[in-house]
Design a protein around this ligand. Structure first.
Ligand code: PLP
Length: 408
């Protein structure tokens, strides 16, 4: 059978990954969640382990996904509309809750119109592939997310110009080089870069795009994928645009699956672009939307974020992030500046990164070790992600484990 031959080839390749030290660890299986009690945030039970874990590796930055009101909202919408969407929207119609969510997302980000997709990955693919023409050059930060890299491949632009991470002089050089070469430019960047929680200076990037706009017949479009920023960053959770006070972002992509605590992706932009995407975005046209229950719950998350309570959660998140960062520094660990709840502990050594992650795990803390080739050599780190449901005592416990490690 052909599959046996292929199985052997694939198993050999997996063996090579193992030899190279780049094989991914088996995934942990979470089998139960212990709700917050006393001074503790939630704890997670994992198959094969007796102890309970604090999650310091979740993207659910506001800790909304376990809330009673979120769960009840999903239950009510599911009872009303059923569990799944049934088909793609242009065939069997949109649920009113999908449209309402799109309108509210556009309002939240102060954009003309919104459109939801099954994930942010699918959003970026759908948007970029639709907007790239044979006369488009895409200018992209070297550390942009994998969905942007694949969108550039699928979109087949005239050329891709990649600038070194956050190097705005090189970004200008790329635009200079593109003059006279194409009709349309798409400058694309992550808002928050998820490995270290650093942000793109969107205020400066949008000024540069504006300066070069006149040199291209169809202009210089600025597209930002702020999946890690929306909901969790900026004074009111409106992400990197708010944090940098940027004025000229044309197309914003966000996820409903991180700070919003639900699932799905979206874009907000001009009415004309959304109208065009309805005709052209293949990951929208040929793929189901999120379920009505998810849409209703994302809407609920948006209501929470924009309420007084949302402000309190965001300010608690910032306080916990600060407490953890300051704690790391006082224990003699290296971290990087920034306010985003991704907190990197820079170890700068592969073996020690793995050792610390193992020690944390043995002591009931889940965090992500990032080694080469995920990060450049010398930048090996442990990525901690703070959440609005972490308590002071959770943060202090994780710091106490790291203190223990130092003393070994
Ligand atoms: C910049 C960026 N875009 C997209 C995604 C994917 O988000 P989703 O899970 O909604 O597809 C991520 C997730 O890590 C991300 O960091």
């Amino acid at each position: 059978m052909a599959i046996r031959k292929l199985n052997n080839v694939l198993l050999k390749q997996i063996g090579e990954l193992k030899k190279a030290g780049t094989l991914k660890k088996p995934e942990l299986i979470i089998c139960d969640v212990v709700r917050p009690k006393n001074d503790n945030g939630p704890r997670f039970k994992v198959e094969g382990y007796d102890q309970e874990f604090i999650k310091m590796n979740s993207n659910s930055y506001l800790g909304l996904s376990l809330r009673k009101d979120m769960i009840e909202t999903e239950e009510a919408a599911t009872k009303k509309y059923g569990v799944g969407p049934g088909a793609v929207r242009f065939i069997s119609g949109s649920f009113d809750i999908h449209r309402k969510l799109e309108k509210e997302l556009a309002k939240f980000h102060n954009m003309e119109e919104g459109m939801i997709f099954s994930s942010a990955y699918m959003t970026t693919l759908g948007v970029m592939v639709s907007l790239i023409t044979p006369e488009t050059i895409v200018v992209s930060d070297a550390l942009n997310h994998n969905c942007i890299i694949n969108a550039m491949k699928l979109g087949r632009p005239k050329a891709k110009y990649i600038y070194d991470h956050l190097d705005l002089e090189q970004l200008k050089d790329c635009l200079e080089r593109a003059k006279g070469q194409c009709d349309r430019i798409i400058v694309v960047t992550d808002g928050i870069f998820s490995m270290r929680g650093e942000h793109a200076p969107l205020d400066k990037i949008s000024e540069i795009c504006e300066q070069y706009n006149e040199f291209f017949i169809e202009g210089v479009l600025l597209m930002v994928d702020d999946s890690h920023g929306v909901g969790s960053f900026g004074e009111s959770g409106r992400g990197t645009i708010e944090f940098t006070n940027a004025k000229g972002v044309d197309v914003l992509v966000g996820t409903l699956g991180k700070a919003f605590g639900v699932n799905g992706g979206y874009t907000v932009t001009s009415k004309a672009i959304i109208e065009y995407l309805h005709q052209k975005a293949q990951t929208y046209i040929y793929s189901n939307p999120i379920s009505p229950g998810e849409a209703a719950t994302a809407l609920k998350a948006l209501q929470i974020i924009t309420s007084e309570e949302g402000k309190v959660i965001l300010s608690h998140l910032r306080a916990m992030t600060k407490r953890f960062k300051e704690g790391l520094v006082s224990l003699g660990y290296e971290t990087l500046e920034g306010e985003h709840p991704v907190v990197p502990l820079m170890v700068r050594n592969t073996k020690e990164t793995s050792e610390i992650v193992k020690f944390l795990e043995e002591n009931g803390v889940l965090a992500t070790g990032l080694n080469f080739p995920v990060v450049p050599k010398g930048d090996e780190e442990i990525r901690f992600q703070i959440s609005g449901e972490h308590t002071k005592s959770d943060i202090d416990y994780v710091l106490s484990v790291l203190d223990e490690y130092k003393k070994l």
